[in-house]
Ligand binder design. Structure first.
Ligand code: GDP
Length: 248
């Protein structure tokens, strides 16, 4: 980690990619989480805290908009109880999003994670307590970063990381660890934009009668037909609708 006393602005580079969200206190203000990153890893945990696919969906939209490559990093696979715990991740893998299953505790999946991040500038972002800092320590045991305890009552985690920090790993990866977030608002995304980000639904939109179909109230909607035919899991359609409704 770069020592605080050595930090100074040398140059301001143009932004090639940038991950943003609305300021939680003033939603009209853009908060840039990190810029000029190659890969944005949305770190999630299978349990403690539980997997929340709604958060992954929001991240994937923000990542696609950022211009960086996405990665879903699923930590705590040592807490896997049944293979069906992973079912909710299927749509992401099917859409071509890299999904890495790993455990900072056991070291499972760390070689895959190292390979995915090698020589790249990456950001670890996700809910507090999912194990972002633990993963960094596992990837480079010389870091000795302070990790947080989980609240046993809620398994939600405390915000141990309160500022972003940049680490250069022996593999050549540069990783930015970020403070945990509870809600991820979408910056500068219109309800109509959400359609193209849900690529698994969008493939059926070619059959919609209206080119601007929102797949909600319209007649002759290809997406709703695919839902009725069992081609789209109801959870994916609900996820789409939840995000659109949150932006209206
Ligand atoms: P962060 O807030 O995302 O940076 O999470 P931390 O790295 O501080 O970890 C939060 C808690 O999860 C700590 O109690 C860690 O010991 C625990 N933890 C991290 N990784 C794993 C893992 O792979 N398996 C299990 N069972 N616990 C983990």
């Amino acid at each position: 980690m770069i020592a605080l006393e050595k930090r100074r602005i040398v140059r301001v580079l143009p932004r090639r990619t940038s991950l943003s969200r609305p300021d939680p206190r003033n939603p009209n203000l853009e908060r840039v989480i990190a810029a000029n990153i190659d890969i944005i890893a949305n770190v999630v945990s299978l349990r403690q805290p539980p997997l929340r696919t709604g958060l992954i969906d929001r991240y994937l939209i923000a990542i696609e908009r950022s211009g960086a490559e996405p990665l879903v990093c699923v930590n705590k696979v040592d807490l896997l109880e049944s293979a069906s715990d992973l079912d909710a991740l299927q749509p992401y893998a099917q859409m071509g999003v890299p999904v890495v299953l790993c455990s900072a505790a056991t070291g499972a999946g760390l070689p895959e994670l190292t390979n995915a991040l090698r020589d790249k500038v990456c950001v670890f972002s996700g809910h507090s307590g999912v194990g972002k800092t633990s993963l960094l320590n596992a990837l480079d045991p010389d870091l000795h970063l302070t990790t947080g305890d989980l609240s046993t009552a809620t398994h939600t985690g405390r915000h141990t990381t309160t500022f972003s920090s940049l680490h250069r790993l022996p593999s050549g990866a540069t990783i930015i660890d970020t403070p945990g977030i509870r809600e991820f608002g979408l910056w500068s995304i219109q309800p109509a934009d959400v359609r193209r980000y849900f690529r698994d639904l969008a493939q059926y939109a070619v059959s919609c009668a209206f080119s601007n179909c929102t797949h909600s109230h319209e007649q002759d909607c290809g997406v709703k037909q695919a839902l009725a035919d069992g081609l789209i899991p109801p959870a994916r359609y609900s996820a789409y609708r939840r995000i659109v409704d949150s932006l209206v």
